[in-house]
Design a binder for this molecule. Sequence first.
Ligand code: TXA
Ligand code: MG
Length: 420
Amino acid sequence: LGEWSLEPSGSTDATNLQEAASRIRNTDTPVAFPTETVYGLGADATRGSAVSSIYRAKRRPGDNPLIVHVSSITQLRKLLRGGTETSGSIDELSDPIPPIYRVLIDQFWPGPLTILLPLPNPSPLAPQVTAGLPTVAVRMPSSLLALALIYLADVPIAAPSANTSTKPSPTTASHVLHDLSGRIDIILDGGPCDVGVESTVVDGLSSPPVILRPGGVSAESLRQCPGWEEVAIGYKDGPENGAPRAPGMKYKHYSPRAKVILVQRALDVQLLAKHSSSAANIGCVATRTWNAAIFKRICEQMRESNSPSTYSYPNYLQPGAERAADDSTGTLRNPSLARTTAKLTQVSIKRRLRSEPLRIWTVTLGTNIAQIARGLFAALRELDEIGVEVILVEGIDDREGGAAAAVMNRLRKAADQLES
Ligand code: TXA
Ligand code: MG
């Protein structure tokens, strides 16, 4: 960033960034901005009135603390020193950043990793940021737009994900608009997010250190770092009993309107048949090889099976054919899925015993973990917009590494039902 010139240069990006930064500094209305994980809803972390407006806009419970975003280590040190800048060189003893975090900061910042730090006393942060906890969660995002915004605002930015509480996190500006329209004034649009799931939250102040939320940085890669070999898993994937150490993990989360059924194996005809009896529109999120041939076979089997009714599939088209969304089948071009290799297809099946057809909407996320993470929330939102009653999601193996644990954690929290 030191190399950058962000003075108004006539470019709209620079002007928009300046405008967003000045609103963060001078107003209480939060600004939505992209990070590499998900879109955040940011406000000046040092002003209580600004931070409170985040909770209001998101309808977030007040006991769920926020992550503070910084754009430099100098800014972090200043925060940890209670807001005072010190000049001169920093040695082991004078560094307010606990030694346990230095290797993580070197390795993963800027990036999708949030660390818990002792809240300084006196604290420059508004008390609403930490919701009464003695620690503060901090991260340095790698998105250049996010870094530039924090740098220009010249204050630490408190930001949760920019969704309405309980909904899937937003990975495009249009997701933010959908949830928060009328409640915020500005969204900085940086296109779809790269990672697609939130940051990993770690507590290195306890021994052994603990992962409080799985995210963009995997447990395996943390375990490669000195001091982090024994890092423990401190979150539960299912509903939490009692108080989890990251307060946010206890709430219902990531859930679309539709009933979400997490399937621990490949989607198949029995599953579709079982859930089609109560629905006219079914959504599928596919994370395995899901191609035209497999889907055609499923439709054929459904037609031949007698239960719960019989089917024909007169409108079946190859995915890839461009079509508008109508009662027939086609591949829908969707901007929010554009960055991913995801494809949305629809098949209509005429049911002999019922007047309305069964429509099966499928988002294919591919088999690559990073790609699945990138498209997951968009897929759930997309199917919700279509108005499907049920979403069947093909689970993945959460030991596969990368963002796999984060993907399965979000899915288990979103799911109303599991099918093994
Ligand atoms: O990737 C991300 O982390 C995104 C982007 C916008 O940076 N932010 C995000 O924030 O996911 P949010 O508010 O949706 O999730 C923050 C999580 C919650 O589970 C919260 O309870 C936990 O971090 N958290 C925050 N401060 C904490 C603290 N002092 N101790 C324990 N958990 C904390
Ligand atoms: Mg969130």
